[in-house]
Design a binder for this molecule. Structure first.
Ligand code: 5GP
Ligand code: ZN
Length: 115
């Protein structure tokens, strides 16, 4: 997807603060952090989100929890606590239509839903 923001970040056409990369995943700091630790973990291959997985992106997504746990530890929140979430669609507030998970931590994260 040539015009997709996260595809451009994955191709390094747009700079980001990358903290992890492998063959199929990229993790970088969110540009508008909602917590002291706020990373985005994306599949390098494009799909819109968890509702639109392809075999390739499903295989990448399946590895995200394990990568997130390692990144949480690396970022110093492995013990204090962290949250991994993916917004799917308009009601969830998804603003970038490319599969990504938010990794949040470093402060009490409150309830599961914004009021
Ligand atoms: P969503 O709203 O789709 O769940 O999450 C998209 C996230 O991407 C938001 O938290 C937003 O701050 C972040 N974001 C949007 N544009 C950029 C950008 O150009 N660079 C980075 N690093 N994050 C971005
Ligand atoms: Zn994309």
């Amino acid at each position: 997807m040539s015009e997709c923001l996260f595809c451009k970040i994955a191709r390094k056409e747009i700079p980001s603060a990358i903290v992890y990369e492998d063959d199929t995943l990229l993790a970088f700091k969110d540009i508008f952090p909602q917590a002291p630790v706020h990373l985005l973990i994306i599949s390098k291959a494009h799909c819109q989100g968890l509702g639109d997985l392809t075999p390739e992106t499903a295989a990448a997504a399946a590895r995200i929890p394990q990568v997130a746990a390692q990144l949480a530890a690396d970022q110093g929140v492995g013990t204090s606590g962290w949250r991994l979430l993916s917004n799917c669609g308009a009601d969830a507030g998804q603003s970038v239509a490319h599969l990504h998970f938010h990794l949040l931590g470093g402060k009490p994260l409150g309830g599961k839903l914004c009021q």
